[in-house]
Each structure stands twice: as C-alpha cells, then as structure tokens.
Write a protein that binds this ligand. Structure first.
Ligand code: ADP
Length: 835
C-alpha cells in the first residue's frame, strides 16, 4: 500500500482513525494482515516507516511487523543487542531509514518506564516530529500492543497448526528417544500437569499409579516419601513451579541408598516462549560411590603424604601449586589454602634464585626426565630452608607433562651443620697454617738472630741477611745504606736466579733517589715501611709481582733499607710478610749499628793506642833531652865541686832544660785543653780587639821558629779588623795554624791575610808545603787524627781539633783547601760580634 501523503498531512480524526484501526486489528490473522494494520497506522499518523520491534531475554531485537519496508529489508537481521542501546537510539539496518530528514518517534509498549515490559516498542519515522496529541499516545500504544499479542497468538497457533500434521511422527520419535534414554524424564506443563514421563522415570521412582493419575501433587508427595529429605524435596519442587525460568541441578539421596542426580530446565517453544518444565533424573549411585571411594583414597593418599617427613609439592605444568603437604606447610609456615594455585616461584623462592629455578622448571618439563636439585625456600617468617629436591613429571593422556611432583628433604640443619663443620675445619686449618707460619717465621728469625749475633762486621752481616732471605723469603734482596751526609749507597743485590746476573748488575748500579714517591728511596726518606702488593716495575726491566721495602732503623736513625722482591708465580706479600720483614730489618739494623759502634770503638782504641805511643814518644823526647842536660851539669859539678862552673856551659844546659820544659808544658796544656773542651768547660772572655794587630803580634812571636825553618812569612794584616772575641782563644787559634804552616810548610813561604767581608772577619793561613790527601781532609779536625806519619812529623793530632772547637765556640767556621805536594790553605771566618 502506497502512502497517501495528502491524507497523511490532513488533521486526523481520532474517532475515525480508531474505528478504522480497530477494524484492521480485528482482521489480523497472519503476518500480512498485521502489516496491513501497520500501514494503516502509518498512514493515519503520516509516517514513512512504522516498525513494531521486540527484544528477547538475551537483548536480541526482532522485527514483528512493519510498514514502509521492502521485503528485502524485512529479511535483514538487527545485529545490535538492546542491552547496548535504547529503543530511541537503536541502530537499524534498513536502507529506507537512510534519509537524514526522517525523524524517529519511539513509543515503548511497556507498562511503565524502565520496566522489563519495555521489551517491545513501536518506532515511527516521519519527515517531521510526529504529530500526535499526547492523549493519543496511550491509544496507539494499546493498538500496537494488541497487534503484538494478536501476532504472537497467530504465530503460536500457526506453529501449532503447522506442526499438527507432523506431530504424530515427532511424538513417536520423541517418545522413542525418551524411552531409549538412561535418564528418567518427566515433563510438566507450566501450570503443573504431567505431560509426559518415560519408562525409565517410572522404573526409577516406582510411581506408576501416581503417574497414571497425571497429578503433579500426587507425584510430588509420593516421590517425597521415597527421599531422605522429604521437606526439602517438596520445597524444591514448589520453588521450580513458582520460577518457571529457573534451571537447576542437585543430588537427591533416596531412602533405599540410591542417589539420583536431578536436572531441571524450562521447556521453550521455537519462539522462546516457556511452556513447561522438564525433570531429568539419573541414577548416580555407583558413580557417587566410586567418587566417594576416590575421595577416600585421595584422603588416604593425602594422609600418607601428610604423615611423610618429606616435602611433597605438586605443580601443574604452569608451575601452580596444586598439592602442598603438611611437611611443606611446616617448613614454610604457609597453609595449603594460601599457596593453592600460586606459582611456586612467586611465593617461595629467594629473588636471586628465581630465574635459575624457572629455567630448571622449563628444563624438567621439556626433558620429562626426573631431575635433582637443591635450593632454598623462603618461609613466612623470612627464614630460609634448604631443601634437596627430587623432581619428576606425570604425563597426561596426550603424552605431555600434566603435573610436576617435587619430593624434597629439608636439609637446612644438615647443611648448617656441614657449614659449621667446614667453618671449624677452615678455622682449624687456618690456625694450623698460622702456627706453621709462626713456626717458619720464628725459625727464619732465629736463623737471622744467630747470623746477626755471630757477626760484628757490617758488610758480612748484611750479606748474611741477604743470603738468608733469598730464596726462602724473596727472589730478590736489595740493600741500600744511607750515609750521615745523606748520600745513598747500594751495597748489595742478591737474587736466586743465576740467569739474571746481568740484570742484577744493572740493578746494583742503580741508586735510589731520596725524592722518589715510592720504593726504597721513599723509605729511606720517610723511615716507613712500604708494601707494594701489586706488580711493581723495577729498573733493569724486572717486574716484581710484589715488593716490600723496610727501613733499617737504629737509635732513631735511618741506616738504610732492605728491599725484597717476589717474582710470579709466588703469592704476593701480605701484612704477615711485612711484619716479618720489619722484624728482620729491626734485628739487622741493630746488628749493623752494633757493628758500626764496634768498629768505631775499635778505631777509637787504635787511635788511643797510637796516641799513647805518640804521646809517650813526644813526652819522652824533651824529658830525655832535659835528663841529658841535667846529667851533664851534675857530672861537671861532681868533677870540680870547688871550681866554679864555666859560666858558658851552665846556662846552656839550663836553657835546654827550659826549652824542653816549655815543650812539655805545651803538650800537657794541649791535652788539658782537649779534655776541658770535651767536658764543655770553656769560658769565653769577650772583649773588643783588633785581629790584625794580634796576627802581627803572634807572627812576631814566631820569628825565631820561622828563621829556623828558613821560612818566609808574608803578612797582609794592615787594616784593623775589629770584633768581640776572646783574645787568648784567638791567640791559640793563630798559634796552632802558624805552627802547622811552619811544621808542614817544607820551608816554603807562608802567607797570612786578615780581612773583613760584611760582618765577618776572615783569616787565611796559606803554606806551600806537603799538603793533605783529599780523603783525609775531612778527618783532620777530629781529635788525634793525623794525616802524616809520626816517624817524620811529631805531634799529638790535637791542634786542629782545638782550633775547630774554639772557632765554633766563637760562632765561626774553619775549612781547608789543599792539594798534596802543593800546600794547604786554612780559612777561618769569625763573626765580628759574638752573640
Ligand atoms: P799535629 O800537627 O800535632 O799532628 P794537628 O791537629 O795540628 O796535629 O794537625 C792534624 C794533622 O793535620 C796533622 O798531623 C797533619 O797531618 C795535618 N796538617 C795540619 N796542618 C797542616 C798543614 N798546614 N799542611 C799539611 N798538613 C797539615
């Protein structure tokens, strides 16, 4: 039917419209008449398209009837479920609705807004908003609902009529199926009357009479009498009657011991309408019994597992815990419920073991072979349990791993005991090693002590130490000595490898620098031992794996350094070796110091002995001369006592005696002076004086001696050089220097100069005599030191020592410049003002 738009645009006459539509509604016998009704409705309301829609319980929307849709469009399914939309916005697949000018009007057919009844709606599409007074909305809704009901009825009756012809066959088929079923089946109409029950049902329940009556109530009452819980049974039956949509299942315990599994569900027609309820009963007595037996067995197995001391954990192939026996629970503090379905690495492993054990799990699954491992579990209280596992797999029917069974023994205490035992063992071994080390150390040191005690010679002492150390303690031993003038002498390089002689030679020639930042030079400077545990490069291309430098310290003085070097592959030096080396160095330094003291003492004794022989010779010479002079005088007197002694001979003897007396006095005074100086008893009597005039005075005193020695003296002491000095001490200085210049001047000219440089008076005494060997020049200022043979030159070796002491007391300096055979120059400098 085509839409009559002119008519549609007319104002509708409600009464006329109602009459026409009611008549059309009454005519509805099939889908076509329903569609005609819709077309009339659309025409009256001026709609291009009118749709009557319905949604089922799943939200699926169906088209009941329509006007303005092609047959093709009617065949299109509405894909959007209502649950995701609402009637007014529902997406529809019909091309007729494509025009954007069409306005949708929605008339829900429910009783009230939001009720479940709103599963139906009338949708009207027109070019403008629907013209329909509000009061007609209800009417349209009633008409549409009537249409819906009528259509529903027609559909059902159509189905019924359609199926009427095939019903006998279908019924026969259904019955045979039902009879063939192992389940007892009873079908009831919604109102409760029995529609059908199969043979198996009556066999199971034994309710033939009640079945024949067809009464549901009789059946329920009779059946209730046969079950263990009649009241529950009746209440359940009533519940299903009151709730036709409900699906349920349960077990029913029969009085005779059987167990029926009951399943019940609504029976629906093809359109989804519920028209009855089916009950399906299955005798599950034996199944439940076997289930119970299985459960019992499982409980039994569980009991066994739980009574075992071993830990048993069963995992599925994804690692989730599905069994966790008591031993596991005791070990971890977790209950089975807490770990059920948890992957074992999430709950029980230490973070550091995680990846390792996951990989192990994968290997186990892949290899399907039993594997052993030991790992730690973290208990709930944070303590670790050490567990030795034996893991195996259970394969499913498909041959793939279904379960992993881990059987473990808690070895925590055992491992702790082992660790304790290992610790004790290690401690014992360490203690033994320490004792042995101590023993070796003592043996080494006692060897060193024996060696050091047996020698009073510095050189052999040091050589002995080096021999002792190499190769027992070191592969290389180097000894450097520090002299009082801060010069370093490398005196020894000892090594174990004869092929290294050339390197040793190079090393011997290398003298460490006191400015070095490490090694022997630094130790000589700081006096502190140094341990170089890393590879240290040494001269001569040697590379020590490890190196030790220890100072030789005695009486707070650094005498030298011992350097010990180790070559690979020997173990590097540590603190133990360092302290051993220090002890060795301490003893060595003591021995060296003793050797030096001994040497000094020996030299002092030799010097004293030499002095005594010289002194006795020096003293004896004037005494002998004096004795001879006296004896001559006495002899002359005895021969002619009355005769007056020759006036010529007597005074000559007396003069000789006096001269030698003076010499004796000077010798004794020198000795006294030295002992006074050494005792520190030297008082200075300072006064202003002129050094030039004193030099001239002393020179005049030496006139006779100069003449005797045929020595020419040149004096340059004209200008006065004033200063505060002790006159008698300066006189002593001049006397000793003049006397030496004449004594060792070989009769050659002697020059004396007095001058002044800044605040210093400068005295120079130069001769051109025998001179002094270079190596002796440093020693001649020490007491009793002489650089000449006493056979040719008399003297006690005290003069220069006294001069040196006096000059120092006056705050000045004295030095000598000399060439053997060319003469000597003594230079004295005195500050003019003594502080
Ligand atoms: P003595 O002259 O009694 O031996 P001194 O102390 O005066 O003692 O001198 C020490 C030594 O120094 C001398 O024995 C001598 O060897 C050396 N000596 C001193 N003065 C001179 C000099 N002018 N020329 C060479 N040798 C000298």
């Amino acid at each position: 039917m085509k839409l009559d738009w002119k008519r549609a645009r007319k104002e509708p006459a409600p009464l006329e419209m109602l009459e026409e539509l009611t008549a059309a509604a009454l005519d509805i016998v099939d889908q076509a008449s329903a569609d005609r009704f819709m077309e009339q409705l659309a025409l009256w309301l001026g709609c291009a398209v009118a749709l009557l829609l319905d949604s089922d319980s799943g939200g699926q929307v169906h088209l009941w009837s329509a006007a303005g849709l092609s047959s093709n469009s009617r065949g299109l399914a509405i894909s959007t479920p209502l649950a995701h939309s609402s009637w007014s916005t529902l997406a529809l697949p019909y091309p007729e609705l494509a025009s954007p000018e069409l306005v949708r009007s929605c008339i829900p057919l429910g009783e009230s807004e939001g009720s479940a009844e709103q599963s139906q709606a009338l949708l009207l599409f027109s070019e403008r908003a629907l013209w329909l007074p509000l009061r007609y909305h209800g009417m349209v809704r009633c008409l549409a609902r009537g249409l819906h009901t009528a259509l529903g009825r027609r559909q059902r009756s159509g189905l019924f009529l359609g199926s009427e012809f095939s019903l006998p066959q279908e019924k026969a088929l259904l019955q045979s199926l039902n009879e063939a079923s192992r389940d007892g089946i009873a079908l009831f109409a919604c109102e409760g009357q029995l529609i059908f029950a199969n043979h198996r049902f009556s066999e199971m329940w034994g309710l033939d009479e009640e079945l024949r009556s067809g009464s549901r109530d009789l059946l329920v009452t009779a059946a209730a009498a046969k079950v263990m819980d009649p009241a529950g049974f009746v209440a359940r039956a009533q519940y299903y009657l009151d709730h036709p949509e409900v699906v349920g299942s349960d077990d029913i315990a029969m009085r005779d011991g059987r167990v029926f599994y009951r399943y019940t569900a609504p029976i629906r027609s093809a359109d989804g309408a519920c028209w009855g309820r089916g009950y399906y009963f299955r005798d599950v007595t034996s199944r439940r019994q076997s289930e119970r037996a299985l459960r019992l067995e499982r409980d039994f197995n569980s009991a066994i597992l739980d009574t075992l001391d071993a830990l048993v954990v069963v995992l599925d192939r994804r690692g989730r815990i599905i069994r966790f026996n008591r031993a596991c629970q005791r070990a971890t503090g977790y209950s089975f419920e807490e770990v059920l379905d948890v992957t074992f690495w999430e709950q029980l492993l230490l973070p550091q073991d995680l990846e390792l054990l996951k990989a192990e799990f994968v290997r186990l699954i892949e290899s399907k072979q039993p594997r052993q491992l030991e790992n730690s579990w973290m208990a709930r209280d944070g303590k670790r349990r050490r567990i030795a596992w034996s893991n195996t797999v259970l394969l499913g029917e498909d041959g793939e791993v279904e379960y992993v069974i881990g059987t473990g023994i808690d070895v925590t205490e055992q491992r702790q005991a082992e660790a304790e035992r290992d610790r004790l063992l290690a401690w014992e071994q360490e203690a033994r090693a320490r004792a042995e080390e101590q023993e070796r150390r003592l043996a080494f040191l006692s060897g060193a002590s024996g060696l050091l005690a047996g020698s009073l010679d510095e050189d052999s002492t040091l050589r002995g130490v080096a021999h002792l150390a190499v190769p027992r303690f070191a592969d290389w031993c180097i000894i450097d000595l520090l002299d009082p003038d801060q010069s370093v002498r490398r005196i020894l390089v000892e090594h174990a490898d004869p092929t290294q002689a050339e390197r040793a030679r190079i090393l011997r020639a290398h003298v460490p620098s006191l400015g070095a930042t490490l090694g022997p030079g630094k130790v000589l400077r700081t006096g502190e031992a140094e341990l170089l545990p890393e590879a240290a490069l040494v001269p001569a291309g040697l590379e020590f794996r490890s190196c030790l430098c220890v100072p030789l310290l005695a009486r707070d003085r650094i005498l030298g350094v011992l350097t010990f070097g180790l070559m690979a592959p020997r173990r590097p030096y540590g603190t133990v070796e360092l302290s051993l080396a220090q002890e060795l160095a301490r003893r060595t330094a003591l021995a060296v110091d003793n050797a030096r003291l001994y040497l000094a003492a020996r030299q002092a004794i030799d010097l004293r002995d030499e002095f005594l022989s010289i002194a006795s010779h020096e003293l004896k010479t004037p005494l002998t001369t004096m004795k001879l002079a006296l004896q001559g005088a006495l002899r002359a007197n005895r021969a002619a006592p009355q005769v007056e002694t020759s006036p010529l001979s007597m005074p000559r003897s007396l003069e000789t005696i006096e001269k030698h007396c003076g010499r004796l006095t000077r010798l004794v005074e020198s000795l006294l002076e030295v002992s006074r100086l050494q005792a520190g008893h030297l008082e200075l009597d300072l006064e202003e004086m002129d050094l030039s005039s004193l030099v001239r005075e002393v020179a005049a005193r030496f006139a006779t001696e100069l003449e005797k020695a045929r020595c020419e003296l040149t004096l340059r002491a004209d200008a006065p050089v004033l200063g505060h000095w002790d006159v008698s001490r300066v006189d002593q200085i001049l006397t000793h220097l003049f006397s030496n210049a004449i004594k060792y001047g070989s009769g050659k000219p002697v020059e004396v100069e007095v001058g002044r440089i800044g605040g210093l008076a400068r005295l120079v005494v130069r001769d051109h005599g025998i001179g002094i060997p270079r190596e002796r020049q440093g020693q001649i200022f020490r007491p009793f030191e002489r650089a000449v043979s006493s056979r040719y030159y008399g003297g006690l070796g005290l003069g220069l020592h006294i001069v040196h002491q006096l000059v120092e007391r006056l705050g000045g300096t004295i030095r000598v410049e000399s060439e053997p055979g060319a003469g000597s120059t003594f230079i004295v400098q005195l500050p003019c003002a003594v502080s």
